[in-house]
Design a binder for this molecule. Sequence first.
Ligand code: ADP
Ligand code: MG
Ligand code: ZN
Length: 469
Amino acid sequence: MYEMVIGLEVHCELNTETKIFCGCKTTFGAEPNTQVCPVCMGMPGTLPVLNEKVVEYAIRAGLATNCKIREISKQDRKNYFYPDLPKAYQISQYDEPLCENGFLEIETQNGTKKIGITRIHIEEDAGKLIHDKEKGTLIDSNRCGVPLIEIVSEPDIRSAEEAIAYFKKLRAIILYTGISDCKMNEGSLRCDVNLSVRKKGAEQFGTRTEMKNLNSFAFIQKAIEYEFKRQVELIESGGEVIQETRRYDQVSGKTFSMRTKEDSNDYRYFPDPDLMPIITSKEKLAKIRSEIPPLPDERKKVYVQNYGLSSYDAELLTNEKEVADYFEKAAHYAQNKKTLANLIITEVLKLVEEDDIKIPPKSLAEISNLANDNKINSSVAKKLIKDIWNKDVDVNEYVNKHDLLQINDKILLKQYVLEAIADDPKSVLDYKSGKTIVIKSFIGKVMGKTGGRANPVIVTQLLEQELIK
Ligand code: ADP
Ligand code: MG
Ligand code: ZN
């Protein structure tokens, strides 16, 4: 049996107004090559000046992920030929990154797990190559010099689910700190997956491959599953994994070799002589710390302790700040926060995959209260959310007008139960002979007869009584 070992490198564009070493704007989607100057174009003789906001934002990310912040940190040149970075080196950080030794926590099937964060450093982004069928390859330098942080995890991740949980948590934390919009489709959040395999119980790590720039949760999942299988099959058939960079192809769902991996000494890193060391005083650190708003885990803790939610559900609600804000507003009106949380997790989160939340928090709380008071059943509650999505209606009026109130009347329900039993003598025999699962089909029939309004608990009780008679 093999297990996978994964470490992620995540690049995140910071949403500062201006670039990391010049005053050019960073707005996404501007006309190509309109947000450039001699500094970010890499003209000889120009001098970079570090944007203080970049340092502040990176420190925010570091503090939010429990990192130690270096008092003195430096910037280095990473040399290689990039067609989209005219200087032919990238200013990054090598051996003295701004932030180190942090961690974040994810929820797994076996409870909470810590994933180590090796380092967070600042660097500049490269431009963009546009491959045009008629004109050939064009270069847009607007992105040259857009500030990035790179967040490198320890190889602590052991499954695709954990990788995604980590990436989602990191994204949530960054969004809460306000330093990036984390738009994966615009490239402001990009993920490289490093993966190796080893026999379960082995101490040594295997040789890893790196899959670059995976830009959706689904691709991360698929790329990991494919690459794990590929490496295991390779080893089992007597082959050897080589350290290389691989590309994930969305269409075939496979990974392909791009190039064997450079070692860091190939980059000829050296300290950038044009830039001063970055010095972070205790006072400055304290100020940045005081500016960080409550983070997902802090809110999660409140939901678990005060509202009785499971850690897992609380994690789902805090993944997006808007959802957490919404939940808290609605919770203000809801008698039972668990019922409310369930409605958000099972219904609202599905609907917001393609939309903003289009139901006022108070209305959702009213639905939750009706369900909690047994006035509507849970399937009606869910359907109601869909029905009044994006409509401005009064929930209680709507429920009355559409006759959605739950039927709790035992005498009335018993009539429906007896009818359903009389309609299907064969299933009654099945039930009596031990196939108790057929009770589901009877429940379904009673629901059908009552327009979905029957109280399912009472119906089940009545059926259990009547079916054995
Ligand atoms: P590089 O910059 O050359 O990609 P790093 O030392 O920054 O190298 O590591 C990159 C990532 O690879 C880290 O997230 C680390 O956790 C992960 N990693 C290192 N060794 C392994 C391994 N054997 N298997 C899986 N992941 C690994
Ligand atoms: Mg790497
Ligand atoms: Zn510029």
